[in-house]
Design a protein around this ligand. Sequence first.
Ligand SMILES: [Zn+2]
Length: 248
Amino acid sequence: MPGPFLGPPSIHLAPLCGKDEAGFVPGADAETALALLRTLALDAQGAGVSLDTLTVTEADRLLLRLYLDVYGDSADCRVSCRSCGESSEFALSLTAIAREQDEAAPPLRPHETHWRLSGGARVRPPTLADLVNTGGDGLLSLVVEGDADRSQVEDWLEKAAPVMAFDVAAPCPHCRADNETRFGLAAFLAARLAAERPFLVRETHLIASRYGWSHAEIMALSRVDRRAYATLIEGERSAGLRSARRSA
Ligand SMILES: [Zn+2]
């Protein structure tokens, strides 16, 4: 059951299948990840559901739920030092960050659909449709009453409508230089799925070789099932090799 910070509980996510993963090739970006989220989102009856009316935060949390389902809590990042060029790694706990963001966000008062800024202006939470329609450049359209300038709205939304996209301090363990890197969950998920493409191809090959299933049938398997079949086939192959060596 999704936690309160993992997007609307009324939206379910279909299991990730090979046909979804196949869309992630090198160069896949945040948009590809968002398109995947739209594909997997279902209502309680299992029908497709539009994400456009979700707030940007709700949609981002749904993306977090997808990441947690597939990979768990940790995002292992690698950065190259801008000073010495050495690379280093660090891990982020995504649920801890989401919780911190939610605790820092000013809540909407009960029955209110807008925030009231200190200057009196009322601002509504941005939806996914706002992002698509305005390319992220229509912040002032979120001001529904009173006056606020762009930077006021921007500052407010940074806290009030958090997403899993932020700068991370990544000091270099080799030369101690201060490095800062940008983390964005959508792009990170896309890159991670794209990097696994060779595994998808190998697992597909193993299953096709063993069972003779068509490519479409294998692509329709959930990622979990496909991997389980591939592991069994690998196990059989290793056992076969061992017994062949013993009898040689
Ligand atoms: Zn360094």
